[in-house]
Design a protein around this ligand. Structure first.
Ligand code: CTP
Ligand code: MG
Length: 834
């Protein structure tokens, strides 16, 4: 007997008929799921009938896992009762594999004799008699129960001599590796097909009447037709004749389209509704000598090619259906994933299966006439509506090159204008399953693993607070501070900051003034159309500004007003044209700090100053009175005097970063990277390129933009280190937060993208007013930077990968997956003071 390579085999036979023996002989031990073994697994006793329900639940579960993975599965149980078999047929259907029954029909006496000889069976003959009655009753129903093959082996001899062979599924053409030319819906456009085949390099063969009957490619390429060869167009028989010839000669493959399926039913006399151009085909066939029935009858609904890397189906095919065989697989391949509804033109509404497609195989399909073929998650629709006056298109595989010939005429009037084959979903195909759970992502900095609990935390932030995720194409990596300084009185110092890069072998670094504000990412589009085109956001917004955790930076109206200013400056600076883009991604600091962080300043910093302001004078007054009474409190007085000085310094520090703003008045923007524009990631460009563009924005609008002071030095040259130290001391002495040091040119993904070196005074608001006291400083020097550094590298890797995918025009969900992971990394526990 021959059974399909992938199927669910139900062995059927009474106890003692030899099912387990048969299974051992013909199948791998792992392919066989036996009810006895599952009884033993769940109840330590393979004869414990009270465990049957649990045993079968476990067996069905494992069978389901195997079938989902495309593995042949054999169920070794008596299966003599209809309900037992129904469960297996349902399981097979659920996984779109063929259910097969193999019946071992052995005389009852023989089974009883064997049973008596078995130490592992102690039931009476009546059990076998009952099973035998059930089997007799079942035999003639098996086909109707849904088994696609029923093999009955009569008697011991037939069972002993039986051999099992395998047959491939008809859709399995994995051994064909191409190269292929996949050709879209032809719909009777024979002339255009001839032109296309010619363009593709095929040589046509004609019959005596001059009609093309074959086409072959000198390099052995194979044409693959996506179906809908017929209907609507001028010469469906001509197209059929040519394609039938190519298929017969082995020069082409062809899958069935819905039009072939309907034509076949009509030719066989079924009462089908003659519409959508079928009449034209029937008329043309009536005047021709061609009988396409056997060809149409042999058409398969999809093919899996090239080791599983290419799938061709008329209306596309979701991954779970690749290489599967069932009614619903065929229906999907022929008609698509329809909702059952129709649109205003009476055409079926389709589920956006392609936007949800996550499979590895490339899926090439037709069915929906579309103005231009568009890649969506490794799927492409190549029906460019030739019969409606569009074009006939081929996709060359594996090169992905598209070759089209324009229609010679509008052969048939379309009911509706051609639309994209992939309806733009509201969510751009973003899918919860792409971001939840533990996952590992490939980045230029190596694989980054996100823990499930961090993904959950990120989801919480994202779903409650974030901007529309379609805008979230990048999030900034965290930044590690410099190695802890050994300089007297300092926790961070340029000697170590530059030293870190010297050690990493970076030849030139840029020291940039660290603005004391809040990080902001700006997506700036030239207009609403550009935003809709690039980001799929059609809410009328032409960009957005978000924080480093993806939240809207300002309330909507302010975001919009600020973006308007930026857009004008970008235009005035000529950057749209220069970058050939109608959108930009900017990484920036928004000033003042108080614009975003006012509650933080009030609750955390101002309250420290206020408490100290109330307590310290009281303490010092008490100490003064004690001194007046002649007590020796000089040491205490000195200590609290120093505290008072520290608190004054602390207060000074945070006040300097706050200034009143009213709406946008007073808000300033200090961009430091132009991260991406159409088709390009600029993340690996040197700082000179970035800052030169930024300076032009400052020139265009000096009110809104502020420059970033910087100094380029060699971190290994002592003179340069001295210069950078002086520069840093000046910056911080006049109230600056400190500096950020970055490699001047791309140093690769395994070097810190930036190291911060914060000023001595500024660090008071991080480590407390008197952190500079020697014993405090000694404790703080034990800070551990490893985690923070590791995190910075992983987040930079994720960001680089996101920008690369954005530049490639990859599906939004892939970019989002990486950006989401940055947010997930941020929920790792790291010392927040670093
Ligand atoms: N047996 C035999 N000759 C065969 C097949 C089986 O003598 N051609 C014997 C086996 O050695 C075993 C007994 O018959 O002792 C039952 O065979 P088994 O394959 O275990 O039968 P099953 O149908 O699996 O019985 P059950 O439903 O009880 O598991
Ligand atoms: Mg058995």
């Amino acid at each position: 007997m021959k059974i399909p390579e992938l199927c669910l085999v139900a062995l059927v036979g009474v106890s003692g008929s030899g099912k387990s023996t048969f299974a051992r002989k013909h199948f791998l031990p792992t392919q066989v799921l036996s009810s006895d073994a599952f009884r033993a697994l769940v109840a330590d006793d393979e004869n414990d009938q009270s465990a049957s329900a649990d045993a079968f639940a476990a067996l069905h579960f494992v069978a389901g896992k195997r079938l989902a993975a495309g593995r042949l599965t054999v169920v070794d149980a008596t299966n003599v009762q209809p309900h037992a078999r129904q469960a297996l047929v349902a399981l097979a259907r659920e996984h779109d594999v063929l259910p097969v029954a193999i019946v071992l029909d052995v005389p009852e006496d023989e089974c009883w004799a064997r049973t008596q000889a078995r130490p592992d069976r102690d039931f009476g003959r009546q059990v076998i008699s009952r099973q035998q009655r059930d089997l007799r009753r079942s035999l003639k129903h098996l086909g109707r129960e849904g088994f696609r093959q029923v093999h009955v082996l009569h008697g011991v001899n037939e069972i002993n001599t039986a051999e099992i062979g395998y047959e491939k599924l008809f859709n399995d053409k994995r051994e064909l590796t191409g190269p292929f030319d996949v050709i879209g819906d032809v719909h009777g456009c024979r002339a255009e097909l001839e032109l296309l085949l010619d363009r593709l390099g095929y040589t046509l063969t004609r019959d005596a009447a001059g009609r093309p009957v074959d086409a072959a490619h000198p390099e052995g390429r194979t044409a693959v037709f996506v179906g809908d060869l017929v209907d609507r167009g001028p010469d469906s028989p001509g197209v059929l004749r040519l394609v039938m010839g190519m298929v017969a000669a082995g020069h082409a493959l062809c899958v069935s389209g819905n039009h072939e399926a309907k034509l076949l039913r009509k030719l066989r006399g079924a009462n089908v509704q003659v519409a959508h151009g079928l009449q034209e085909t029937l008329d043309q066939l009536a005047g021709s000598d061609l009988d396409p029935t056997p060809f149409l009858d042999g058409l398969i609904s999809h093919y899996v090619l090239d080791g599983g890397r290419l799938v061709v189906a008329h209306a596309g095919l979701k991954e779970a259906y690749h290489g599967r065989a069932s009614g619903r697989v065929r229906a999907f391949a022929l008609y698509g994933d329809t909702t059952g509804e129709t649109d205003e033109y009476g055409l079926p509404v389709r589920y956006p299966w392609a936007t949800e497609y996550r499979g590895k195989a490339m899926v090439v399909y037709g069915h929906t006439p579309t103005p231009t073929p568009e890649w969506v998650n490794n799927t492409i629709c190549i029906d460019t509506g030739c019969v409606f006056g569009g074009a006939l298109t081929a996709l060359r595989y594996p090169s992905r090159e598209l070759v089209s010939v324009p229609a010679l005429a509008e052969h048939y009037a379309p009911v509706r204008p051609l639309v994209s084959a992939v309806p733009a979903g509201d969510d751009a195909g973003l899918n919860l399953a792409d971001v939840t759970g533990r996952r590992s992502l490939e980045t230029p900095a190596g694989r980054v693993t996100v823990a499930a609990e961090n993904a959950a935390a990120a989801l919480e932030v994202m779903s409650r607070f974030a901007v529309d995720p379609r805008w979230l194409v990048w999030l900034p990596p965290t930044m590690a501070p410099s190695s802890t300084s050994t300089q007297e009185g300092y926790l961070e110092h340029p000697v170590e900051a530059l030293g870190d890069y010297a050690k990493a072998g970076v030849p030139r670094v840029v020291c940039q003034e660290k603005h004391m504000g809040s990080r902001a990412v700006l997506v700036v589009c030239r207009d609403e159309d550009a935003a809709a085109r690039r980001f799929g956001v059609d809410t009328g917004a032409a960009g957005t500004i978000y924080t480093r955790t993806g939240r809207p930076f300002f309330p909507d109206a302010m975001n919009t007003a600020l973006l308007d200013g930026v857009r004008k400056a970008v235009g005035a600076a000529g950057l749209w044209d220069e970058l050939g883009s109608d959108w930009l991604l900017l990484d920036a600091e928004v000033l003042p700090w108080s614009a975003k962080a006012e509650p933080l300043i009030r609750e955390q910093y101002a309250s420290v100053a206020a408490a100290a302001g109330a307590a310290l004078p009281a303490v010092r007054a008490a100490l003064a009175r004690a001194a007046g009474r002649g007590l020796d409190v000089a040491a205490l007085e000195a200590r609290f005097a120093e505290r008072a000085g520290s608190v004054a310094a602390f207060t000074d520090v945070y006040r300097r970063y706050c200034w009143p703003t009213d709406g946008l008045a007073g808000v300033r923007l200090a961009p430091f990277h132009v991260l991406a524009s159409a088709g390009a990631s600029h993340a690996r460009r040197g700082h000179e390129w970035h800052l030169a563009l930024v300076d032009r924005l400052v020139t265009a609008d000096p009110e809104l933009f502020t420059t970033t002071r910087r100094l380029v030095v060699d971190p290994s040259a002592p003179d340069d280190v001295a210069t950078a130290t002086r520069w840093w001391l000046e910056l911080t002495a006049s109230g600056g937060e400190g500096m950020v040091v970055k490699p001047a040119e791309d140093a690769g993904p395994r070097v810190q993208p930036a190291i911060k070196c914060r000023g001595r005074e500024y660090l008071r608001i991080i480590y407390g007013p008197s952190y500079t006291e020697p014993d405090r400083l000694a404790t703080l020097r034990n800070r551990n930077l490893g985690r923070k550094r590791g995190l910075a590298l992983r987040e930079q890797g994720l960001g680089l990968a996101a920008l690369d995918l954005l530049a490639e025009g990859a599906a939004a969900w892939r970019v989002h997956q990486l950006v989401f992971a940055v947010l997930a990394c941020e929920s790792e526990p790291v010392d927040p003071r670093l």
